[in-house]
Design a protein around this ligand. Structure first.
Ligand SMILES: Cc1cc2nc3c(=O)[nH]c(=O)nc-3n(C[C@H](O)[C@H](O)[C@H](O)COP(=O)(O)OP(=O)(O)OC[C@H]3O[C@@H](n4cnc5c(N)ncnc54)[C@H](O)[C@@H]3O)c2cc1C
Length: 566
């Protein structure tokens, strides 16, 4: 059985290998409603059934039906639980933005272009990111990425493109609409999946909640984190909750003469806060923080939240902690936090930290502008928040043990969040999903060109081989970044700060990091991956210090290792 196993795994040691499970799953494991059988006689036959029309499912359907695809004449069904007319008809005035946005890498964009994304994408609602400012909320150590300075003219100055998830989904949906080989079944849930007569070699039968039964040569789970397809196929996953919520909101602020093309991220011990530019005067917030703080931030008046956001990018940690406690206690006592009261408190704290009233570090000044020294190292001051745009999402790390079903789960494959979910601090979830889709579409294409059954294990193994390690590498680096920056232990803060400052001073090293981080990119590198690669650099630095056998470096090394659990 040449493909039974790709290699050994040791989850605890962090050496992750995609497992191709040897066990066969009982019918009960893949059929949610016990005793239910689907009659193959009633079933409509499809080459591909994709469950989930999020970005991953829509992109896969578009990739398989593009003119260059060998699968373009295949019969494809896309099953989605929600009402897709809401995506199709989604529209907002130009001065309002959805609170769910993504930073899409150049590589993802060039893949999406091959799926004809740009025919329907509303490009006036996308924004280029050309610079990044990332800094440590405890030590203030900072790294700045400016593609134009570091990479020269031969590279595009666009690091990534911000867009609303709905803008992306709507345009993919529009490209599919004219295609007769796709059947879109929305407002329809998958009810159960089974193999007729418990025959592992047969095609899966997918019973929908309207009683319709689909038979699929290949079943694709693009059905998100709680993936019913993953469960039906008996694919285990491992992971943990970060005990963190991401608070999102659409922010309004004054324009800057330098434009709004810089993404800002400050790593606070409670989680990173990110400011992502959408237009000259509108940006998106992703503030990852502890659930009780997230709950207080969600419940305060938007004017109070604006103040808290401005302070979170500027005030030292000790004062921020006071402000979290202040708004939490008020909430617990059923009292409103008054904007003026909070502004007075922040002003008092700024004075105590020797922050001048009109300096870039002041959160409360109404006269701050481009003239303050260092203004470009911090995001513009938030003036107000779009009504109804504040929301929060729980964050998890989750990786399926394999992306391919086996036994009674055979002919099943996972893409996107169904296969993996990670902390959004590096803006990678959607980009990994699009990487999966590109690889899976290419595998299907190859199989068809060579006359191989594309639902077979042989045809799909290259997909797992090419994506599992790639995804794991990014997920693991992002997880380590999160852990490294959650610590306030002095040796850990010292190590990460020295690492960041050293890299920041060495343009050639920074460029090399960015280029190596973007090595798989056809166009420009991705700075978030570069930041993640910085973790490896810190680790290597610790190794170097340890070989010096100094007591201090030994303490630093073990503290960092303890935090990273390596
Ligand atoms: C705050 C935040 C910020 C983020 N920022 C970024 C970023 O900047 N860049 C980036 O790359 N990523 C980002 N991500 C991650 C990104 O949003 C996700 O990785 C991506 O949206 C996953 O897409 P998906 O299609 O795999 O899953 P989903 O979007 O979850 O889609 C799954 C679909 O399956 C459907 N479904 C589920 N069950 C069934 C069923 N039984 N029957 C039929 N249909 C079903 C659901 O209705 C849904 O439409 C962020 C995430 C968060 C939380």
């Amino acid at each position: 059985m040449p493909f039974a196993r790709i290699g050994q795994k040791s989850w605890k040691s962090g050496q992750i290998v995609p497992r191709i499970p040897k066990r066969c799953f009982s019918k009960a494991a893949i059929c949610r409603q016990s005793g239910q059988t689907s009659s193959p006689l009633d079933a409509e036959t499809h080459d591909v059934v994709i469950v989930g029309a999020g970005a991953a499912g829509l992109a896969l359907a578009s990739a398989l039906t593009r003119p260059s695809s060998s699968a373009r004449s295949c019969r494809i069904a896309l099953v989605e639980a929600s009402d897709l007319s809401k995506v199709r008809e989604w529209s907002l005035p130009s001065d309002q933005y959805s609170n769910r946005v993504s930073s899409v890498t150049n590589r993802s964009l060039s893949f999406l272009k091959t799926c004809d994304l740009h025919s329907h994408l509303n490009q006036t609602r996308t924004n280029s990111i050309q610079e990044m400012e990332v800094w440590d909320g405890v030590s203030d150590a900072r790294i700045s990425f400016r593609a134009s300075e570091l990479l020269g003219r031969e590279h595009s100055t666009n690091m990534s493109t911000m867009m609303e998830n709905l803008n992306l989904q709507r345009s993919l949906l529009k490209t599919l609409q004219s295609n007769s080989s796709i059947i879109l079944l929305d407002k329809t849930k998958v009810d159960s999946i089974a193999k007729p007569n418990d025959d592992a070699n047969s095609w899966p039968l997918i019973t929908l909640d309207n009683g319709r039964v689909l038979r699929a040569r290949l079943l694709v789970g693009a059905d998100g984190f709680n993936s019913p397809v993953r469960r039906f196929a008996g694919i285990d996953c491992y992971g943990w909750s970060y005990d963190t919520q991401a608070v999102v909101a659409t922010l309004f602020h004054p324009s800057r003469s330098t434009g709004n093309t810089t993404a800002f991220q400050r790593f606070l011990p409670t989680g990173p806060i990110a400011f992502l530019p959408l237009s000259p005067t509108i940006s998106s917030l992703v503030w990852s923080t502890k659930p009780h703080i997230a709950s207080s931030l969600r419940s305060v008046h938007p004017d109070v939240l604006s103040l808290m956001i401005n302070a979170a990018f500027r005030l030292p940690q000790i004062s921020l902690q006071y402000l979290y406690d202040y708004i939490s206690e008020k909430g617990r006592d059923g009292l409103q936090v008054e904007r003026n009261e909070l502004a007075d408190e922040i002003r008092w704290r700024e004075a105590a930290h020797s922050i001048q009233p009109y300096s870039a570090l002041s959160s409360t000044s109404d006269k701050q502008g481009d003239i303050s020294e260092g203004f470009d190292l911090l995001p513009p001051l938030v003036e107000h928040i779009q009504a109804g745009s504040v929301a929060s999402f729980p964050l998890r790390f989750n990786h399926a043990e394999t992306y391919l079903g086996e036994g009674l789960g055979s002919r099943t494959v996972l893409v996107g969040d169904a296969a993996h979910s990670l902390h959004p601090l590096a803006g990678q979830g959607l980009n990994l999903a699009l990487g999966d889709v590109e690889e899976l579409a290419s595998c299907i294409d190859d199989a068809i060109s060579h006359g191989i059954d594309f639902g077979s294990r042989t045809a799909l193994l290259p997909y797992v081989r090419n994506r599992y390690f790639e995804n794991h590498k990014v997920m693991s680096a992002v997880d380590k970044l999160h852990k490294l920056y959650s610590s306030q232990l002095p040796p850990v803060v010292w190590a990460r700060s020295v690492g960041l400052e050293v890299v920041n001073e060495l343009d050639s090293l920074k460029t090399a990091l960015m280029l190596s981080a973007g090595a798989d990119s056809r166009t420009t590198p991705n700075p978030w991956n570069a930041a993640a690669d910085g973790v490896t650099l810190v680790n290597n630095g610790i190794e170097f210090l340890k070989t010096g056998a100094s007591v201090i470096s030994g303490t630093v090394g073990s503290a960092v290792r303890n935090v990273l659990k390596v």
